[in-house]
Design a protein. Sequence first.
Length: 307
Amino acid sequence: MSISHPSTGPAAAVIGLGSMGLGMAKSLLKAGFTVRGCDVSQAAKDRFSQAGGQVADTPAEAAKDVGVVLCVVINSTQTDGVLFGKNGAFQAMRPQSVFVSSATMAPSEARRLAGRLAERNIHYLDAPISGGAVKAADGALTVMASGSRAAFEKAEGLLAAIAAKTYRLGDAPGIGASVKMINQHLAGIHIAAACEAITLASKLGLDLPTVYEVITASAGNSWMFENRVPHILSGDYTPLSSVEIFVKDLGILQDMARMERFPAPLAAAALQMYLATSGAGMGGDDDASVARTYAALSGASLPEHRS
């Protein structure tokens, strides 16, 4: 483990230093925590070290002798690897510490992970997040959390540092994951709808900046329309949130709906657009790239893509 800075405040580990995890780790530093960070990317670890954090080479090193471990990876598979893979955090975490999981996953996966941690008396807080990289860096996320009272108590300081709002949704892991999937259900549909609408406006020969101005002042507006359409207008598809995120999340949503025998046709239609966009080679681009798929299918013109 490489230690670049002295320890001063309460200790936490952050595993996963991507755009969200790095912002959350920085928020903890601002709140006075001593933070040990770990990521598979050396560049990510270097950025964290430059921000004043300590760097660990493995999840086990990051988790050793800290009371709370925050995991900010993509899905349950990566979370499982962080915990139980080679040099995983599970064996290094001390009993009565808490593992805060912020990955988007199926509720059944959250319950499975919590059950395995309970074997060593480690608390699991099911704590998916919303708000994006900017709010992560500002310590202003929304956290949708469920877990035992002890898990909440042990993670209280960390949650206060990373979130503007923490919703305590229940005492059972899986509730937080379920609420996050409802959020992703709506977010995925709203982004696809925004892309469809603005590309149709182009096909109709309308002035797109004017359409954007009118819609954002009208009843048809949504947070996603207001946030994502500027990416399309500028031709900038730098991945603030990638297409593949919604391939994954709406895929999970469809699996959940099928298990419940619940029809979700709007989510299914949106998922097809994300799949088509990914299949066209834009999976790593911003999710507003769905508009480019609509344009390719319809012959509509969008502002030139800035590479």
